[in-house]
Design a protein around this ligand. Structure first.
Ligand code: NAP
Ligand code: GDD
Length: 348
């Protein structure tokens, strides 16, 4: 029998890569999607396209035929609607639940602290309660974050590093982290936390700094704009590649015992280095001519420096990152150049 997985946040960066991975492994994949006035399935478009090709039929975005032809089933619900979570868990009876849905933008969490608390924090307990109430035997993955380390007290950060969140988002993720630990200890639920450091890709949302820079510089190269507005260039992040990181999520749920794992590359770079790298690939010497520091993109409290130690995951899961900073930046920039219709300068 096919294994069944339920993925929240399936329309997001990680959800879409995880869906690809699980479908390739032969899973029946169920995704929670929320209602929006414009249907947002861009990151799943290739799955629809494949279904259209194989069935030679028009596959509707909200139609049931997608699941029949691809193994991907989408269901309406919302992280803040516990009845929808309960109903999905009860009707699907998934072998594995990947809880990736969240208000995931740190800067925006300062503008929407209560909503972020609900969608990013409390929703985890709503989902765990659905598992507890229905008594189904399933494995649960919580998308925890290096933002929980915040104003970190040690470098690099590992599973034992104390948390010191610096945003409503970070606070909500700490709540969700402990919810997963508590439900594991209290009710024996197979719940694991993946403490993932920043991971990026061509599917990254355009208001996260890596994608903002790769898209912005591609636009500059194409002559579509002449300025890039950014916030704090001094912040340092441990940036990895999203497809590598969803593999780690899956590996965590294949373990007999649930546990918590840091997933990171072990390399940290500043936003300034990111900007320099992308402008260098574009063959533009004087990046300072194009970059404007805009206080609107600064945060009331910042996470200055993150660097992860993923040795536990390497040892126990056999996981390691395949793509590091320079290659990641190139993958993203090449993709964005293609999208806006420019080619990288010769020799780059
Ligand atoms: P993302 O691209 O922002 O995707 C977030 C997903 O959550 C989207 O599918 C979004 O749906 C969904 N969502 C948000 N609010 C919802 C609600 N109220 N009801 C139902 N669905 C809702 O995030 P990501 O980068 O893929 O990250 C996945 C998870 O990992 C998140 O929990 C994030 O906090 C965490 N994380 C990410 C990183 C990273 O560097 N990427 C690192 C550590 C942890 P819409 O498409 O409809 O908006
Ligand atoms: N978004 C953004 N926009 N960030 C900027 C900008 C800008 O114009 N200019 C500078 N930055 C800085 C931010 O202040 C931050 O220090 C750094 O760039 C990275 O910002 P983001 O790309 O927004 O990511 P993040 O580190 O805040 O959060 C991401 O990673 C977390 C894991 O550590 C998100 O994906 C979170 O969901 C995730 O948990």
């Amino acid at each position: 029998m096919k294994k069944k997985a339920l993925v929240t946040g399936i329309t997001g960066q990680d959800g879409s890569y995880l869906a690809d991975l699980l479908l390739a492994k032969g899973y029946e994949v169920h995704g929670l999607v929320r209602r929006s006035s414009v249907v947002n399935r861009e990151r799943l478009e290739h799955v629809y396209e494949r279904a259209r090709r194989t069935t030679k039929k028009p596959i509707e975005y909200d139609g049931k035929d997608l699941g029949k032809s691809t193994g991907l089933h989408l269901h309406y619900g919302d992280l803040n609607d516990s009845s929808s979570l309960h109903r999905l868990v009860e009707s699907i009876v998934p072998d594995e639940i990947y809880h990736l849905g969240a208000q995931s933008h740190v800067g925006i969490s300062f503008d929407m602290p209560v909503y972020t608390g609900e969608a990013t924090g409390l929703a985890t307990i709503k989902l765990l309660e659905a598992i507890r109430d229905t008594r189904i035997k399933t494995r649960f993955y919580q998308a925890s974050s290096s933002e929980m380390f915040g104003k970190a007290s040690e470098f690099p950060q590992n599973e034992k590093t104390p948390f010191y969140p610096r945003s409503p988002y970070g606070i909500a993720k700490v709540y969700a982290y402990w919810a997963a630990v508590n439900y594991r200890e209290a009710y024996g639920i197979h719940a694991s936390n993946g403490i993932l450091f920043n991971h990026e890709s061509p599917r990254r949302g355009s208001n996260f700094v890596t994608r903002k820079v790769t898209l912005g510089v591609a636009d500059i190269l194409a002559g579509k704009r002449d300025k890039l507005y950014l916030g704090n260039l001094d912040a340092k992040r441990d940036w990895g590649y999203a497809p590598d990181y969803v593999e780690a999520m899956w590996l965590m749920l294949q373990q007999d015992k649930p546990d918590d794992y840091v997933i990171a590359t072990g390399e940290s770079h500043s936003v300034r280095e990111l900007v320099e790298e992308v402008f260098c690939l574009a063959g533009i010497d004087n990046w300072k001519k194009y970059v404007v520091i805009d206080d609107r993109h600064k945060r009331p409290t910042e996470v200055d420096y993150l660097l992860g130690d993923s040795s536990k995951a390497r040892r126990k899961l056999g996981w390691k990152p395949k793509v590091k900073f320079k290659e990641l930046v190139r993958i993203m920039f090449e993709h964005d150049c293609k999208t806006v219709g420019v080619t990288l300068p010769k020799g780059k």
